[in-house]
Design a protein around this ligand. Structure first.
Ligand SMILES: NC(=O)c1ccc[n+]([C@@H]2O[C@H](COP(=O)([O-])OP(=O)(O)OC[C@H]3O[C@@H](n4cnc5c(N)ncnc54)[C@H](OP(=O)(O)O)[C@@H]3O)[C@@H](O)[C@H]2O)c1
Length: 218
């Protein structure tokens, strides 16, 4: 494969295993201590990538909190939005950092960002990552959502994988992070108590190997 950036995935999950509320509704899962860690992670990468579902549900700004880490330049924000369904006024398109959208739509609009129209081949993660690598991006943070993370696992592109379990049980939980349709064990690398929650680091290579084998066999 062509070269790609080093990929870190970070996601927060409730005690009952959900990453969102009912119908994808946004729920705050991370503790303040965890948010500091997230901003530190953001400050260490050159780009942050999310899917259109996350932009629509959570409307994140994806910048580095200057009270946590002083940064002269924020990481590039990369939005995967095949059908260009995110709102023009979404916070990820504000002027605080550069944003690029990967889409299949040719439309140019008033978003303050670069729209990269690609065919289905060009929208393959491998090609997006290789293009970003060619632009000098060596480390990228993937912040969701579920279908984007699943896609990264299936393609075996993850090098570091963090799940923060927050001190919350979500009523009427919506999305689970994983539902591979088969059993997977022994993928935890380390566990750390963190604020009022738990930070789990997975062994992404092992997880992706098991996932790939199962998908192939099923
Ligand atoms: N707890 C957490 O840490 C956390 C973090 C992030 C998000 N979330 C939650 O996760 C949910 C969103 O997850 P989700 O699975 O619904 O959506 P998502 O993964 O954020 O975005 C999925 C969408 O991205 C587009 N896409 C995927 N691959 C693409 C590609 N290669 N090129 C171009 N576009 C591509 C597709 O758009 P099209 O449909 O147009 O094809 C797809 O529907 C929300 O409920 C949010 O609250 C939780």
């Amino acid at each position: 494969m062509s070269q790609r950036p080093y990929v870190i995935v970070n996601v927060a999950q409730s005690l009952n295993g959900f990453i969102s509320g009912k119908d994808g509704r946004k729920v705050i899962i991370s503790s303040p201590e965890d948010m500091v860690r997230v901003h530190e992670l953001r400050s260490e990468v050159e780009a942050i990538l999310i899917g259109s579902g996350t932009v629509i549900a959570d409307d994140p700004r994806l910048i580095v909190d200057q009270n946590v880490v002083q940064k002269e330049k924020f990481p590039l924000r990369v939005v995967l939005d095949r059908s260009l369904r995110t709102r023009i006024g979404s916070r990820v398109y504000d002027s605080s950092a550069k944003t690029v959208i990967y889409t299949a739509k040719a439309r140019e609009d008033d978003r303050k960002c670069e729209i990269r129209t690609r065919d289905e081949k060009g929208l393959k993660l491998q090609n997006i990552l290789s293009e970003l690598h060619e632009e000098g991006i060596r480390k990228i943070l993937v912040e969701g959502g579920r279908s984007i993370i699943t896609n990264f696992i299936e393609e075996r592109f993850i090098d570091e994988f963090y799940i923060y379990i927050g001190d919350i049980i979500i009523e009427d939980g919506g999305l689970e992070l994983f539902s591979p349709g088969f059993e997977i064990r022994n993928v935890i690398k380390s566990v750390e108590s963190f604020g009022k929650g738990v930070l789990i680091s997975l062994d992404p290579y092992h997880l992706q190997r098991l996932w790939k084998t199962q998908v192939k066999d099923s």
